[in-house]
Design a protein around this ligand. Sequence first.
Ligand SMILES: CCCCCCCC(=O)SCCNC(=O)CCNC(=O)[C@H](O)C(C)(C)COP(=O)(O)OP(=O)(O)OC[C@H]1O[C@@H](n2cnc3c(N)ncnc32)[C@H](O)[C@@H]1OP(=O)(O)O
Length: 226
Amino acid sequence: MTSVNEKHPVPSPIDDPTLGLGSAEPGGFPQVDSWTLPAAPEDDPYGDMVANLRSFLDHVAAAKPDNATVAELAGDLAAWRARLAPMSVSEREQVFAHRTDLPGRGQTMSPNFAIEGGDRDGVWGTVTYGRYYLGGNGAVHGGAIPLLFDEVLGRLANSAGRSPCRTAYLHTDFRAITPVGRQLSVRGWFVSEEGRKRVVRAELKDGDTLCAEAEGLFVALNPGQP
Ligand SMILES: CCCCCCCC(=O)SCCNC(=O)CCNC(=O)[C@H](O)C(C)(C)COP(=O)(O)OP(=O)(O)OC[C@H]1O[C@@H](n2cnc3c(N)ncnc32)[C@H](O)[C@@H]1OP(=O)(O)O
């Protein structure tokens, strides 16, 4: 056990019995068969929870709370951790990041890529980086940009009935500051597909300004590869 304070001890992630190196399921990424999201269900508590969690992280990043508020929040978070801990399931059963019917796949790790359309050769949509992703001086953290590209290109490279693949390289060029809090356009497309090798490119734009672009090689997994 590791702990930031004695009142609210935080177990290390390694204590999670449902995960471990070597236990990943082959090609465990959710596959994309259609880029069209179904109409949002009337009542979708999980989607609401994830949207609130994203917004919560933005507010945590933006706020300068007093100590009493921070202590209360730490207690609330510890209580929620204790409530969720017995509900841990295997990767296959996990809901987080597996809800391909939700914007952003129902996860909060990578920026919320809102898909507008796509086909076998490409995908396009928007992203708005919240305050959580601030690097400095109003610009998005440099690591959060390849995170978006891996999400967009990973989904594209695994789409349309293709066999599961993994990122072999992801080269990112930062061309201009990527602003926090503005709706940006994102586009990913196939450059080539030869044997196991899928070369894809993507760009991130603020209006006409190219903020960043990337090239990725995704390699189709052989049987038995994790
Ligand atoms: C819905 C979900 C969206 C999110 C998707 C996210 C996708 C991810 O981020 S996956 C996680 C990050 N990636 C990884 O962990 C991958 C780790 N690496 C690996 O597992 C392996 O190196 C792997 C599978 C990529 C390739 O290994 P292996 O199967 O042995 O292939 P290998 O024989 O070396 O290479 C196959 C071909 O690719 C080429 N290649 C492989 N890696 C590279 C590289 N980094 N640069 C250039 N070429 C490469 C090889 O030269 C070879 O080419 P050729 O056939 O012309 O000789």
